[in-house]
Write a protein that binds this ligand. Structure first.
Ligand SMILES: CC(C)(COP(=O)(O)OP(=O)(O)OC[C@H]1O[C@@H](n2cnc3c(N)ncnc32)[C@H](O)[C@@H]1OP(=O)(O)O)[C@@H](O)C(=O)NCCC(=O)NCCS
Length: 169
């Protein structure tokens, strides 16, 4: 899967990445949220992220970075201005790595790349929302200096899912 001469890079998503992003989204969301988000809702969220959806948001100029290894897309992140008004101006909305590529330093690479892009846009401070049951993601952000600043409850079907916001000043 990875060799000494593997080429690893992060770049802005292009419309031609849409099909690959469907696969990365499906695999990484199922792996992260099975048993947390009720199955039918998770399935619906995944089915909504079609190639057409990705092409549309990429064409609209949304900030989407992809992680590419030897020409294959194995992760993505979306980011931009914080969705809720707060003192942290930048937000990473989604950051997902395909399961078999997790724990190899690529999440860190993508995270740092998003931070750099937000800095270039003069968005100071960073906020990221994560489901409280997504402990591996919360640990990952904690070890990178994120600290909880807010929490809320999302209702998905009959489930109540607590979300926490981690922030960097
Ligand atoms: C959370 C997530 C993005 C982290 O990405 P990742 O690629 O697994 O994380 P990394 O490998 O970069 O970092 C994990 C650890 O592995 C270490 N690591 C292992 N091998 C490494 C290597 N070769 N080079 C650098 N770091 C390495 C890192 O130092 C890090 O340790 P630390 O956190 O104690 O510093 C990823 O696990 C993921 O996609 N999870 C599911 C989706 C999700 O929950 N997304 C967030 C929603 S808010």
């Amino acid at each position: 899967m990875l060799g000494a001469s593997s080429h690893v890079g992060v770049r802005a998503a292009q419309r031609s990445d849409a099909e690959a992003l469907v696969g990365v989204f499906d695999e990484s969301w199922r792996n992260a949220y099975a048993g947390i988000i009720p199955h039918l809702h998770l399935d619906l969220m995944i089915r909504r992220r079609t190639a057409t959806w990705w092409r549309r948001v990429i064409a609209a100029g949304e900030s989407i970075s992809v992680l590419e290894i030897d020409g294959k897309i194995v992760g993505y992140a979306t980011f931009g201005p914080a969705r809720h008004r707060c003192k942290h101006q930048g937000e990473i909305y989604e950051l997902y790595i395909t399961p078999i590529y997790q724990g190899l330093g690529f999440g860190e690479l993508l995270f740092e790349s998003c931070r750099h892009e937000l800095d270039l846009r003069s968005l100071n401070g960073l906020i990221i929302w994560a489901l409280i049951d997504n402990t591996s993601a919360i640990d990952f952000y904690w070890r990178r200096g994120g600290r909880p600043v807010a929490s809320t409850i999302d209702r998905i079907g009959r489930a109540k899912l607590e979300k926490v916001a981690l922030a960097w000043s």
